[in-house]
Ligand binder design. Structure first.
Ligand code: HEC
Ligand code: HEC
Ligand code: HEC
Ligand code: HEC
Length: 206
């Protein structure tokens, strides 16, 4: 009896250890595909499970599109999110803007319908191996300048520090199933496929 207790205890510990390892693979691995995509009862585009289109964006009025989907989780519950690592637009780098090229100069392929969104910087799919799901490898955040250089190259000593130019920076995307997930050049990058708007708003409007 005692032995069985010990064994189940060890099994439990092993399961707990496995759980921690699984989480360490990436925060979005833990929520799984259906954490973000609801197959039968979607509330947003791309069959999304959560949506938060009423958040105030200090830069440009209301938030919309993909950024509103992220904020369905990454806002406080009082502001329509789930409280996971809340991102407050009042204190966040601009999103939902049409970029002014004198401030940020980068490929239009990183925009969604001409607008700069959360996914211009992040590719949230579990296949993205990079720090904080950023689109550029920042070597676990140590070389975050390399990531900023994707859009603000005039500010970064890219050549001196990394021997690179803006055009050399590989950009991660998981949006082309024919080619697969991986790093792309800025000319070939796809961050958002234009698909028909399959989902009619059943819940809050999007
Ligand atoms: C953290 C949230 C998140 C998770 C987890 C997630 N996705 Fe997504 N997915 C998105 C977002 C956001 C988009 C829309 C991206 C865009 O259009 O720029 C998207 C788009 C897609 C698309 C549409 C692609 C296209 O070409 O239009 C498919 C298919 C998809 N995801 C499948 C999956 C699968 C399979 C998984 C599980 C491995 C998964 N997603 C996990 C957020 C997520
Ligand atoms: C279904 C809920 C959900 C949605 C939608 C979602 N996330 Fe997350 N995200 C999470 C959770 C849960 C975590 C882990 C939080 C923690 O560890 O406290 C997380 C963590 C993160 C992290 C940190 C990863 C790390 O390694 O620390 C980033 C970056 C992130 N999300 C970006 C996004 C972006 C961008 C979007 C929209 C495209 C998005 N998320 C949509 C649930 C979500
Ligand atoms: C200009 C690029 C950029 C944009 C736009 C952006 N992020 Fe981030 N995000 C980052 C960087 C860089 C980090 C890592 C910061 C660090 O580690 O100091 C990060 C970190 C995060 C984290 C993890 C926070 C933590 O405590 O570790 C989450 C969650 C997140 N972003 C979600 C979002 C959401 C949601 C949006 C859209 C509303 C968004 N991001 C827009 C660059 C961006
Ligand atoms: C994918 C492109 C992209 C990346 C990567 C990026 N930015 Fe930006 N950044 C922008 C855009 C777009 C704007 C808004 C330009 C405008 O006002 O039209 C901006 C604006 C800014 C501003 C001005 C904000 C203000 O309120 O006036 C600062 C500062 C800034 N970025 C810093 C950074 C830093 C630091 C990083 C790296 C951690 C970074 N950015 C990464 C696109 C990017």
């Amino acid at each position: 009896m005692r032995k069985v207790g010990l064994i189940s205890c060890l099994v439990l510990l092993a399961v707990m250890a496995w759980g921690v390892t699984a989480l360490a693979a990436g925060a979005h691995d833990a929520i799984g595909c259906t954490g973000c995509h609801n197959i039968h009862y979607a509330v947003g585009e791309k069959a999304f499970a959560v949506n938060n289109p009423t958040v105030d964006n200090p830069r440009d009025g209301k938030i919309a599109g993909v950024s509103a989907l992220c904020l369905g989780c990454h806002e406080t519950p009082e502001n329509g999110g789930q409280g996971f690592m809340p991102i407050f637009l009042t204190t966040t780098h601009p999103v939902g803007v049409t970029p002014n090229k004198t401030i940020a100069n980068f490929t239009d392929n990183l925009l969604i319908d001409g607008t700069f969104e959360c996914t211009s910087c992040h590719e949230p799919h579990p296949s993205n191996p990079y720090y904080k799901y950023l689109r550029v490898d920042s070597e676990d955040g140590v070389a975050v300048d390399k990531f900023c250089a994707l859009c603000h190259p005039a500010k970064v000593d890219l050549l001196g520090n990394y021997g690179l130019t803006q055009g050399d920076l590989p950009v991660f995307s998981a949006m082309n199933e024919e080619i697969g997930a991986g790093d792309f050049t800025q000319d070939e990058i796809v961050i958002h496929n234009t698909t028909p708007n399959y989902i009619a708003p059943v819940a809050p409007e999007f």
